[in-house]
Design a protein around this ligand. Structure first.
Ligand code: RIB
Ligand code: CA
Length: 318
């Protein structure tokens, strides 16, 4: 029986791979995608998500546009690399044809609240961007956390940062939202941080295998991941030459096969004040804080089996 999933995305290249994995793998019934301001302004995230779903023949999956700015931050913390010298955005339009589908008329937060209120089967919520929409749902519907049986968050980090020396982008982009999510009391919260995603690197040679599939998903994944490798070779060189993490796809992969990641049950909180540490996930690995664990935190991932999952799914042989 396929597991129902809602993906909350800020599509981006790794979100795009995650959307294709969730939309094409038989173990997942992708109920809908919600979009949020993050990698790029939300309207471009929505457009990219529609493009990707149409490209793989899943334009039937509804897309709901969400919040366009962080809950509390007055600035729009879009990473420096998205702005050129003039300060303009360069929307990360993905190299797939223009969308023919349109977003839904209902907003993302309303969709989330109403869908979980009406749910008669379990739905796994998988946010892989800033947690703004999720926090807004918690603020508008005090019973929301209890209605979500499982949430799998891509974000955070313990031993590394990617947008500041101490923070990962999704959490840093809306730290107040993230703090609300970790304090909300979700029954089953899995965190897939950089510590895990950086152990599931995809290489340039593997991109060539995806390209050789000749399927729309295989060729698109090769293009998206290939773009990431070029950026990482310049801005975030990995230990494995010409490789990149595909963060959001690993979060989806862990819903399909939980054994892809190794987790520890720990307490996680989010720093929202520190000048140097704002947006840091404070993961209590040695139980120093005396607070009950609130998350299953992934510190390991099986890179070979993760890539095999991508290859089989995009070949249409999952
Ligand atoms: O830090 C990685 C995360 O930030 C990924 O979800 C990527 O898409 C960006 O949102
Ligand atoms: Ca993302």
């Amino acid at each position: 029986m396929a597991r129902k999933v809602i993906l909350d995305v800020d599509t981006g290249t790794d979100d795009a791979v995650a959307v294709m994995l969730a939309a094409l793998h038989p173990a997942i019934d992708l109920v809908g995608c919600t979009t949020v301001n993050g990698n790029i302004p939300v309207q471009y995230c929505t457009d990219n998500t529609l493009r990707v779903l149409d490209h793989i023949g899943r334009g039937d999956i509804p897309v709901y546009e969400g919040l366009s700015r962080p809950l509390a931050r007055l600035d729009f913390p879009v990473p420096r690399r998205e702005r050129d010298s003039s300060g303009k955005y360069h929307p990360d339009a993905l190299p797939v044809p223009a969308a023919v589908s349109s977003k839904q008329g209902v907003g993302a937060v309303e969709f989330l609240i109403e869908t979980f209120r009406a749910a008669t089967e379990e739905i796994v919520l998988v946010p892989v961007g800033p947690l703004t929409n999720i926090a807004a749902a918690l603020a508008l519907d005090p019973g929301f956390a209890k209605r979500v049986p499982e949430i799998v968050v891509m974000g955070g980090a313990h031993a590394l940062g990617n947008v500041t020396p101490s923070a990962e982008f999704n959490i840093w982009a809306d730290p107040e939202a993230a703090a609300m999510v970790f304090a909300a009391g979700f029954e089953k919260l899995t965190l897939v941080p950089l510590d895990a995603t950086h152990r599931a690197l995809v290489t340039k040679t593997q991109c060539e295998e995806l390209e050789a599939l000749g399927t729309p998903a295989g060729q698109a994944a090769a293009a998206f991941i290939g773009h990431r490798i070029v950026v990482h070779d310049t801005h975030q060189r990995q230990d494995v030459p010409h490789s990149t993490p595909v963060h959001d796809a690993l979060a989806v992969g862990s819903v399909i096969d939980p054994s892809l990641i190794g987790t520890r049950r720990l307490h996680v909180a989010v720093e929202t004040q520190g000048a140097l540490t704002v947006g840091r996930t404070v993961i209590d690995t040695h139980f120093r804080g005396g607070q009950a664990p609130n998350a299953d935190v992934a510190f390991d991932a099986d890179a070979a089996r993760f890539f095999e999952l991508l290859l089989r799914t995009f070949a249409g042989k999952a």
